[in-house]
Design a protein around this ligand. Structure first.
Ligand code: NAD
Ligand code: UD1
Length: 341
């Protein structure tokens, strides 16, 4: 059993990962400033697992408070989800993004150094591959960012690599960088899920809100990409598969100190129209759509080669697009207004 600090644990991926951590008998402490989430998700995690979670409302940029927290709870490992993630917003407010995502991670690393927490799993993104020359994408592809959000992820990856190089002779530190593809879906209970503020930016939450009648139709951003039906192709991954990937990544660090980088994706891409059809099938609803201009910054195709995670972590995604849509729909139809329902 480990004592694990989950930063951003009230959020979408952090809450699903907390469920898996608790089910595997770990002690979980959630630290979240609730800037993009609700405490209701933490209560749901406790209910679903029938276990206690220590919830602390606070900010990762408060270094002294973080150091005290890590020491007081004798935390050994940190899963670091806390951060801001909206691409458009990051273009408008770059300083806020660098402060939260980069400065926040620096505070966390210094607090870890001042305590005995030595394993860190970091939420990175396939966005660090920029516009890849080919697909599927392996971890050794060149990296690059096209917006401040992506740049903040890349900067943190580089900081983590420099930091690990400096401390590796201690033989104590394990750092795992996980590059998520497109997390979607929800816990099978439909009691926790993705709860975006306002109008969703991402495809699956947008489709869900059309299906439940909150939005009139989906705008399909571009139908002239060089893909099988002209719409963008992505590697959607069930959030519970993603959550389990974190447990395997942590076990990998516990087997011996290292710095590791892994893609977490399924290896299969679906187009916007294929995803929409799968959601219609799962929900029994007709989802209206209209073709619209390409969204600036979008790429045609992005999907993972997930072989390294299988080889080194013994992890692979189990759920397909049907199950992702069924679970997303259960959550959306049970809680049409998310945690405020
Ligand atoms: P989310 O917004 O649901 O969760 C992030 C949580 O962090 C929120 O609960 C928010 O309140 C909290 N938070 C933000 N800044 C904080 C701070 N300074 N101190 C304390 N708490 C803070 O997002 P998510 O989808 O669960 O994403 C989790 C992580 O995974 C993020 O780092 C994100 O960039 C990364 N990621 C997400 C996706 C995705 O599509 N969801 C894809 C790739 C990477
Ligand atoms: C987006 C972010 C990426 C981030 C990821 C998190 C951009 C440019 N990229 O990726 O940095 O890591 O979310 O999951 O914002 N689509 C529509 N209509 C919509 C919404 C989306 O047609 O209303 C299309 C997009 O053009 C794309 C696909 O659906 O082809 C998936 O879009 P989205 O869910 O936003 O994810 P990404 O663009 O892959």
């Amino acid at each position: 059993m480990s004592t694990i600090l989950v930063t951003g644990g009230a959020g979408y991926i952090g809450s699903h990962t907390s469920v898996e951590l608790l089910n595997a008998d770990n002690k979980v402490i959630v630290l979240d400033n609730l800037s993009n989430s609700s405490k209701v998700s933490v209560a749901a995690v406790q209910r679903l697992t029938n276990r206690d979670v220590e919830f602390i409302e606070g900010d990762i940029r408060n270094e002294d408070f973080l150091t005290d927290l890590l020491r007081a709870h004798k935390v050994d490992s940190v899963l670091h989800f806390a951060g801001l993630k909206a691409v458009g917003e990051s273009v408008a407010q770059p300083l806020r993004y660098y402060d939260n995502n980069v400065q926040g991670t620096m505070c966390l690393l210094r607090a870890m150094q001042a305590s005995s927490a030595r394993n860190l799993v970091f939420s990175s993104s396939a966005t660090v591959y920029g516009d890849p020359a080919t697909v599927p994408i392996t971890e050794d592809f060149p990296t690059g960012a096209t917006n401040p959000y992506g740049q903040s992820k890349l900067m943190v990856e580089e900081i983590l690599q420099d930091f690990h190089a400096a401390v590796k002779d201690t033989g104590e530190w394990g750092i795992s960088i996980l590059r998520y593809f497109n997390p979607v879906g929800a816990h099978i209970s439909g009691q926790i899920g993705e709860d975006p503020n306002g109008i969703p930016n991402n495809l699956m939450p947008y489709i869900s809100q059309v299906a439940v009648g909150k939005l009139p139709y989906l705008s399909v951003f571009g139908n002239d990409y060089a893909t099988r039906d002209g719409t963008g192709v992505r590697d959607y991954i069930h959030v519970v598969d993603l959550a389990k990937g974190h447990l395997r990544a942590l076990e990998n660090l516990q087997r011996g100190p290292k710095l590791a980088i892994h893609n977490l994706g399924t290896g299969t891409g679906y187009s916007v129209l294929e995803t929409l059809k799968a959601f219609e099938q799962a929900s029994g609803k007709t989802i209206d759509y209209q073709f619209a201009q390409r969204r600036p910054g979008d790429i045609a195709e992005c999907y993972a080669n997930p072989e390294r995670a299988l080889k080194e972590l013994g992890w692979q995604a189990e759920f397909g697009i049907e199950r992702m849509c069924e679970d997303a729909w259960r959550w959306q139809s049970q809680y049409p207004d998310g945690f405020a329902s």
